[in-house]
Design a protein around this ligand. Structure first.
Ligand code: NAI
Ligand code: MG
Length: 377
């Protein structure tokens, strides 16, 4: 019996190239010897042919795995999705929805963890001394998809009856109004805040910065800030910093070295995590984990980059560092350290660089260089 069962979902486009590169690294570090990998189906092909980008068999596979290494999928706007659907599925009323959002909700993967660390020698680094870690709430907020257009009369009436500020919309043509909700729960904010503070404690970050906008969005952002102030009391020696999302974007460009752990809701967390990722090299380096109580899905932040499909050209480091996060989550610290040290060494050496780093090395060459470093450890 192998120690772990891991679902591998390469998805679409460059997802396949970077997954192949990552599997080489996992083989070299010795991890694959302990694992039964099962490759699963997800993405555009399955939307087109089955009308479901996340087939039930894939959900079953995940339920029977310790965790999942995912890469990237292609999504397209509504009309295009409809057009590409197999003819025999057209009349079935199928509507495309993002499989990764579904996975996060289905497995209650409430933490979106995005470490953004600068590895010295990367020509794309904003500075070499950055070590930012973003905790983005992954299951609530503005991205839950509770939206209305046109707005049903009941919904508008309810708002008008219950909120004085809604009165000015009472006469609007409901076809011309759209509403997207931003729902936070106390449990939801508490658990993401707690995860961020535990991380600061475990890895010795002096500050936790909660990024919201409570002066304007008083109830949702307000709930988050109030809970943060209470929770931080349990973490002796940790400072809670509070910044507004707009100012935070400015500070992150001005003096990102001052920050460590950042925590935010779904949408604001999405924004700052892309900003932080760019400070340390961009999409080719941006790794992430979607983490719940008992299950996790690790994936690079980038998409399927259709223009580079089949060219063996893109940078596999984002996917390799996502696999490194998986090793951490499983408790395989020694292997995780080897993978990270090998990535850092290849970057520092600067001989093998993919196109995004200004070089001409291939995806495979980058993976091979990382494997060589591991073999030398
Ligand atoms: P993208 O992330 O796929 O690519 C944008 C650009 O970033 C690429 O053209 C390339 O220049 C660069 N890039 C991305 N990954 C790179 C890597 N590993 N190394 C070097 N350069 C890299 O985003 P785009 O073009 O907006 O979306 C393409 C498709 O991917 C769409 O269908 C979109 O819906 C999907 N997507 C999927 C995601 C996921 O699976 N979680 C996330 C983001 C987009
Ligand atoms: Mg994003």
């Amino acid at each position: 019996m192998k120690k772990y069962k891991i679902a591998v979902l390469p998805g679409d486009g460059i997802g396949i190239d970077v997954t192949n590169a990552t599997m080489k690294v996992l083989d070299t570090v010795g991890f694959s010897d302990m694992v039964e990998y099962t490759w699963g189906d997800i993405g555009w092909e399955f939307w087109k042919t089955e009308g479901n980008p996340l087939p039930d068999r894939t959900i079953e596979l995940l339920k029977n795995s310790n965790c999942c290494l995912f890469s990237a999928i292609t999504s397209k706007p509504k009309e295009e999705a409809q057009k590409e659907l197999a003819l025999e599925l057209h009349e079935k009323g199928l509507v495309y929805s993002s499989p990764i959002v579904k996975l996060r909700q289905l497995f209650d993967l409430y933490i979106n963890l995005r470490p953004c660390k600068a590895y010295p020698g990367n020509p794309l680094n904003f500075r070499d001394d950055l070590d930012l870690v973003v905790f983005r709430e992954n299951t609530e907020g503005l991205y839950v998809g509770i939206e209305f257009h046109p707005v049903p009369e009941d919904v508008m009436n309810c708002l008008v009856e219950n909120h004085p500020k809604a009165k000015r919309f009472a006469e609007a043509d409901l076809n011309d109004v759209a509403i997207s909700t931003r729902i936070f729960t106390r449990k939801g904010v508490q658990r993401i805040l707690k995860a961020s503070m535990e991380y600061a404690k475990k890895f010795d970050y002096p500050t936790v910065t909660v990024v919201e906008k409570p002066n304007v969005i008083r109830e949702t952002s307000g709930l988050m800030i109030r809970e943060a102030r209470k929770l931080i009391q349990n973490y002796e020696g940790k400072e809670l910093w509070e910044t507004n999302i707009d100012a935070m974007c400015m500070w992150l460009v001005k003096n990102p070295q001052n920050y460590g752990v950042l925590v935010s809701s779904n949408m604001f967390g999405d924004i700052i995590s892309d900003l932080c990722a760019q400070l340390v090299g961009g999409l080719g380096f941006a790794c992430s984990g979607n983490i719940g109580e008992n299950f996790a899905v690790f994936e690079p932040s980038h998409g399927s980059a259709p223009k580079y499909v089949g060219q063996n050209k893109v940078n596999p480091i984002a996917q390799i560092l996502s696999a490194k996060m998986m090793l951490d989550w499983l408790g395989e610290k020694e292997m995780s350290k080897k993978v990270e040290d090998a990535v850092a060494a290849v970057i520092a050496e600067g001989k093998v660089r993919t196109y995004d780093m200004g070089g001409s090395s291939t995806t495979t060459e980058m993976a091979d260089a990382i494997c060589e470093k591991i073999k030398g450890m």
